[in-house]
Design a protein around this ligand. Structure first.
Ligand SMILES: [Zn+2]
Length: 320
């Protein structure tokens, strides 16, 4: 009896050791990246716009009690000239939609992105935040991966702001075959021949191009090409001191831009162009050092959201 118990304890010890080593290698260990070449800053003039606010719309989460907890969904920007949804999280029919893929790919998608499936569909979450989904003016995606675009299929049809390069990626059969982009979702996107977002050669912060969505400096989009060919970052400026940059999956968590480290091994193959993606991480690190008051929100970085939205999911923050 005692020997059996001893063996069981030993087995348990070995399993815990293997689990810890796997967690370390797959998730915790990161590669240090070189600094980005120093870039001058185009400091924006930011006004306080009455009626402007941003709300945390969380539709999915994992390990929410821990600092590594992930979130999914998006951010609603309430603007006097019409509201904007930034990212849409997973579709409420995620499992059905990925069933077109072979077993292993389906299993991978289910065990990674599938963990962030909505408990409550996006339109209902928006209603809970006081938004009528039919009245949204636009949606914009940080990128077109399935865990950011899927929720659009649950919404009434609306204009999705996307560049030609990201649309070409969304419609690319090769990208679709890898599973990160679903052909089914292109039905809610513009055609690559009619893009709805274009950058101007106007510097903004440390970026060379930008697009000012409302032409009032409140929401400014910059390219973050790398994770996907048309990945974009979205600045939301509630006041000169209350601002954030939503960076999609350019970094997975705050460690990326805080410590200037690459993605964990587990998530690395999601980068379409790993070298470019790493350059963006270094650039975000430079921005973080130059503009420490600017919050950087990784799409899935739950702890970063909690700092910007201290009252938690469904709460809104305004200039006041
Ligand atoms: Zn993602």
């Amino acid at each position: 009896m005692f020997r059996l118990l001893k063996r069981l304890v030993l087995l348990l010890f070995v399993l815990v050791a293997i689990g810890t080593a796997a967690f370390y290698l797959l998730y915790f260990r990161r590669t240090s990246l070189p600094p980005a070449p120093s870039h001058g800053r185009a400091v924006p003039a930011i006004a306080r716009l009455p009626g402007l606010s941003a709300c945390w719309i969380e539709t999915g989460k994992t390990f929410s009690r821990f600092s590594i907890g992930m979130t999914a969904g998006g951010i609603l920007v309430k603007h006097p000239a019409g509201d904007l949804l930034i990212d849409a999280g997973n579709s409420s029919h995620f499992s059905q939609e990925v069933s077109v893929y072979p077993f292993w790919l389906r299993w991978k998608l289910q065990s990674l992105a599938g963990q962030l499936n909505p408990a409550v569909p996006l339109p209902e979450m928006l209603r809970r935040a006081g938004e009528d989904p039919a009245k949204l003016r636009w949606a914009i995606l940080s990128h077109v991966h399935l865990d950011h675009a899927g929720g659009l299929t649950d919404l009434p049809r609306l204009t999705v702001l996307m560049t030609r390069e990201e649309l070409l990626f969304a419609y690319d059969p090769e990208a679709q075959a890898k599973g990160y982009v679903l052909a089914a979702y292109t039905t809610v996107l513009p055609k690559p021949s009619a893009p709805t977002l274009q950058f101007n050669p106007k510097p903004y912060e440390i970026f060379d191009e930008s697009a000012d969505l409302y032409r009032d400096g409140s929401v400014v989009v910059v390219p973050l090409r790398g994770h996907t060919p048309g990945s974009a970052g979205i600045f939301v400026n509630l006041s000169p001191t209350r601002r954030f940059l939503y960076v999609g999956d350019s970094v997975d968590d705050e460690r990326g831009f805080d410590e200037r480290v690459g993605k964990p091994l587990l998530l690395r193959d999601s980068d379409n162009d790993p070298a470019l993606a790493n350059q963006i991480v270094s650039k975000l690190n430079q921005l973080h050092e130059k503009v420490p008051g600017l919050a950087i929100l990784p799409a899935h970085g739950r702890s970063a959201y909690k700092k910007f939205f201290p009252a938690g999911p469904l709460s809104c923050v305004s200039a006041q």
